[in-house]
Design a protein around this ligand. Structure first.
Ligand code: 5GP
Length: 349
């Protein structure tokens, strides 16, 4: 008689999200917020380029990742990833006419298809060794196709800083770093307009994903990660840095500010931005004219009320980060993870 045992694989540890924790205030020697240094210097595993900035990146979503946003982000030591739907001539015009900070702070985004190779080749004929920094963005970078694409791009463009994603676990963080990424983008399912967890049942709560992947990346010399998605407040940015994120990508936090591009609608005297996930049916119909039958829509459309100018929000972000540093006794953003202690909470407010 054979007993059949089915062994269920289940990890008992509870994975946490931004809303499950707060940062514990600590005694501090800092005299005032002005003493806090928001700018840090980044050195990378593969690219010889050095970046300076706060580490916050505007997402390559079509309402957010535009040229004006990139310039404004650069003004505050922040970064941007351009969305994939710009014309190449406009991309060239942008890089040809921007200053050095804007140039080095703006990532050119591609997918992982043949046409993406061709677009990069085209840019290379124009820029040569001044090739812009590159974001290789695909919904699931666990795939062999994504890894092979990354290896190819690394070989062709040794000078560019290459960010690649998305993934959300330690072994894949190391695999992408060793395959040529300078910066691995972390996030499966945390995005505000993202339906992946609902449609596929897959994902990892973002705070724990960042803790795990940062630890894994920092075990490789100059390995870096970018937390992507799920930042709803400036406090979440602070928690993300505390968890070990070197960079943080934001979509909906910036959505609704004046530099967003796309459709604005007015209702009852209020103005709203139509903001949508890049894998939503809305985006697929808009950019590809159809929704492929084998694809589910893994994105949502939301309307976000006008929030004021992008510049005011960026100032507020800098203020919040400074204040966080003084609460936990960190002299700079770089010191936040070293100074931070998380407490698990039942509610954040
Ligand atoms: P947010 O800051 O708005 O919470 O998240 C922004 C991130 O959500 C983007 O950088 C991108 O990684 C992710 N994202 C954007 N659109 C979609 C989508 O349609 N589906 C999924 N799964 N993720 C999306």
């Amino acid at each position: 008689l054979h007993a059949h045992f089915i062994q269920m694989k289940i990890e008992e540890q509870i994975y946490l999200d931004y809303d499950d924790v707060l940062l514990k205030p600590k005694r501090s020697e800092l005299g005032s917020r002005q003493e806090v240094n928001l700018i840090r210097e980044y050195h990378f595993k593969h690219s010889p380029r050095v970046l300076k900035g706060t580490g916050i990146i505007a997402a390559n979503m079509s309402t957010i990742g535009n040229f004006n946003m990139a310039k404004m982000m650069a003004k505050y030591g922040m970064f941007a990833a351009l969305h994939k739907f710009h014309e190449l001539k406009d991309i060239i015009n942008f890089y040809d006419n921007c200053n050095e900070t804007e140039y080095s702070h703006t990532f050119y985004t591609v997918g992982i298809n043949l046409e993406d190779y061709e677009k990069l080749e085209w840019l290379f004929t124009h820029f040569g060794d001044n090739m812009p920094n590159i974001l290789i963005d695909c919904a699931n970078a666990y795939s062999k196709k994504a890894v092979e694409f990354l290896k190819g791009i690394r070989k062709f463009y040794p000078f560019s800083i290459i960010m690649a994603g998305n993934i959300a676990s330690s072994e894949m963080t190391q695999e992408l770093l060793l395959s040529g990424a300078d910066l691995v983008k972390i996030g499966i399912g945390p995005g505000r307009n993202c339906d992946t967890r609902i449609i596929t049942g897959c994902g990892v709560p973002q705070l724990s994903a960042i803790i795990e992947c940062a630890d894994s990346a920092h075990g490789i010399p100059r390995g870096k990660i970018c937390g992507d998605g799920g930042v709803k407040t400036i406090g979440d940015l602070c928690k993300s840095f505390a968890a070990g994120a070197d960079f943080i990508m934001c979509g909906s936090l910036l959505a609704g500010t004046d530099l967003c591009e796309g459709e604005w609608v007015e209702r009852d005297g209020k103005k709203y931005l139509v903001h949508y996930g890049m894998a939503s049916k809305h985006a697929q119909l808009k950019y590809y004219g159809e929704m492929k039958e084998y694809r589910a829509s893994e994105g949502e459309v939301t309307e976000i009320e006008y929030k004021g100018t992008t510049e005011d929000l960026l100032k507020e972000i800098c203020g919040g980060l400074r204040s966080c540093c003084t609460y936990i006794g960190a002299n700079s953003i770089k010191e936040i993870p070293k100074c931070a202690t998380f407490i698990k909470v039942n509610r954040i407010k």
